[in-house]
Design a protein around this ligand. Structure first.
Ligand code: ME8
Length: 516
């Protein structure tokens, strides 16, 4: 039975201290594919993305540019919104942490943690990385030959001493470990789960949750000399958007707790340690799962502004086209691991799987139908063993992809789909319908019917990954608009013989590199 239960999925919210880069685009594309998959599978989906606009990093960048943090946030948040449109992301909301609704939710969660006795005033003296917006223990930092001290993510840290509120994180060590044990799927993939467990086992210190040396943040209730530590503010975005704390009777409150937070591996500690501790303290249910994807590397090298390889997603999409780029990242990178990309890698992948794969299969089979079957979906005659095996393979894809997508193994879902395309290529070549035209036109019709039915189901299943191309393919097989979700997969939605088809136009053109 189709699972019609609600499904709430989020991306991290990005710092708009600069324009979006390819890592941001990657996370949004992957999360979008998961949201679209669940929607087509009949679930009531709420998909959230947005921007994380407070904190010292934003304030410092704005100062360097000679503008206010709000101006910086407004300018770049728009870039992130535009990117979501460019990437055809199906997010249901876009949250900005400078919105009023978010201030209210943050004040509420703070009050609840305070009422639970978990917040006290003290003084912080220790290392802070502005680039990571993170506090680090002395033993997590190292002074390098350049005389600068760096944190575990390779960003410089500075010494901070100021009055600050603390959260009693140390009280949550055992509760967190128990939660990880009782809920083995809370953190994925396994490497990240192990990393988090060993971090928590090594001992948790209370966490400084407010700052007093700058003011670009959400004021602490009843003590406006303090702004909330940006991560308290940022993590709360996931709840703000549902209204769970501030509008519990509202239409979106039902979406909390989230089914899954999709984030990058660099911010797992915030999501799998601090966030569940804050929620336990505030008496709010925890998200079901936090899944960390890997980092994208440009030809194997870490992206960095100084290396000049921070690829602009807009250029990449303009160059290769949106769906080819979406497909490349989703198929090429094992979701959860780091991935490398290059122009050659993208070209090879999209030509082999899209142009020569599904694109070619669709155009060969459908143009034969248009030419030889009166422009109509042919009758499906008696099925041979080969026909049945072919239909069984494509009918099985719903279950296979559902299983893989349920584990965030996006690349495996796509691999399974493309394997059926290859099988259909072999089937088509083996049955040689062109040779049957004169000898056995009824049999030719059956082979073409089976092939077109494979194309129909592949098209339905490709929609989460390459939405526009999936739609175009469905137009080519004249699939009715109300028969394009996963309920129409398998025998339930078989092509109807006699349906008129137009001559196919190419859906996935071959990528030819521009002349040097
Ligand atoms: O961390 N490859 O924001 P952010 C893949 N505001 N993913 C990457 C990447 C890369 N090269 N670089 C960054 C923040 N990311 C916080 C989040 S959530 C409550 C607050 C991912 O703009 C990164 O891992 O630095 C994160 O998930 C997202 O992009 C936003 O990064």
């Amino acid at each position: 039975m189709t699972d019609t239960s609600r499904f709430y999925i989020t991306t991290a919210i990005s710092y708009p201290n600069g324009k979006p880069h390819i890592g941001h685009a990657y996370e949004l594309i992957a999360t979008d594919a998961m949201a679209r998959y669940q929607r087509l599978d009949g679930r009531d989906v709420f998909f959230l993305t947005g921007t994380d606009e407070h904190g010292q990093k934003m304030q410092q960048t704005a100062r360097k540019e000679g503008i206010s943090p709000r101006e910086l946030a407004d300018r770049n948040s728009k870039e992130f919104k535009d990117m979501a449109v460019l990437l055809n992301a199906s997010n249901d909301d876009f949250i900005r942490t400078t919105e009023d609704r978010h201030y209210e939710a943050c004040a509420e969660i703070w009050r609840r943690m305070e009422a639970n006795g978990d917040i006290y005033k003290g003084g912080y003296a220790g290392w802070y990385s502005v680039r990571d917006e993170a506090y680090y223990q002395e033993n997590e930092t190292e002074k390098r030959d350049d005389g600068v001290r760096y944190g575990p993510q390779g960003t410089p840290v500075e010494w901070v001493e100021e009055e600050s509120y603390f959260f009693r994180l140390s009280d949550y060590q055992d509760k967190l470990l128990k939660h990880y044990e009782d809920n083995p799927d809370f953190i994925g993939p396994t490497e990240r789960r192990n990393e988090v467990i060993s971090f928590v086992k090594s001992g948790l210190k209370d966490l400084s949750v407010s700052r007093t040396t700058f003011d670009w943040g959400i004021p602490v209730p009843d003590d406006p000399a303090h702004v909330m530590y940006v991560w308290v503010d940022a993590l709360t975005n996931y709840i703000t958007a549902t209204g769970y704390l501030t509008d519990p009777e509202g239409p979106r409150a039902k979406y909390w707790p989230a089914n899954i937070h999709i984030i990058g591996k660099d911010i797992i500690r915030f999501h799998a340690v601090y966030w569940p501790a804050f929620l336990m303290s505030a008496g709010v249910p925890l998200p079901e799962r936090v899944f960390a994807h890997g980092f994208l590397l440009n030809k194997g090298e870490k992206m960095s502004k100084s290396l000049g390889n921070v690829v602009d997603p807009v250029n990449l999409v303009n160059h290769f086209g949106l769906d080819p780029i979406r497909y490349f990242f989703l198929r090429e990178v094992s979701f959860g691991q780091d991935g490398s990309y290059s122009e050659e890698g993208i070209a090879t992948r999209i030509n082999s799987d899209l142009a020569n794969g599904i694109g070619n299969l669709a155009s060969r089979s459908l143009s034969m139908i248009v030419k030889n079957c009166d422009g109509k979906v042919p009758e499906c005659g008696e099925l041979s063993d080969a026909d049945r095996a072919m239909l069984d393979s494509v009918d099985a894809l719903h279950a296979v992809t559902r299983e893989e997508m349920g584990k965030q193994q996006i690349h495996k879902a796509l691999t399974a789909i493309i394997a059926v395309v290859s099988e259909a290529d072999r089937y088509f070549a083996g049955e040689a319908p062109w040779a049957l035209k004169k000898t056995d036109p009824v049999r030719m019709g059956t082979v073409l019917y089976v092939t077109a039915e494979v194309v129909r189901q592949i098209a339905i299943l490709l929609q989460p990954f390459v939405p526009k191309s999936g739609r175009k393919l469905l137009d080519l097989v004249a699939a009715p608009v109300d028969k394009r979700d996963f309920a129409a997969l398998g025998a339930a939605g078989r092509l109807v013989s006699g349906t008129p088809l137009e001559a196919p136009t190419p859906v996935f053109p071959r990528y030819v590199p521009p002349e040097a």
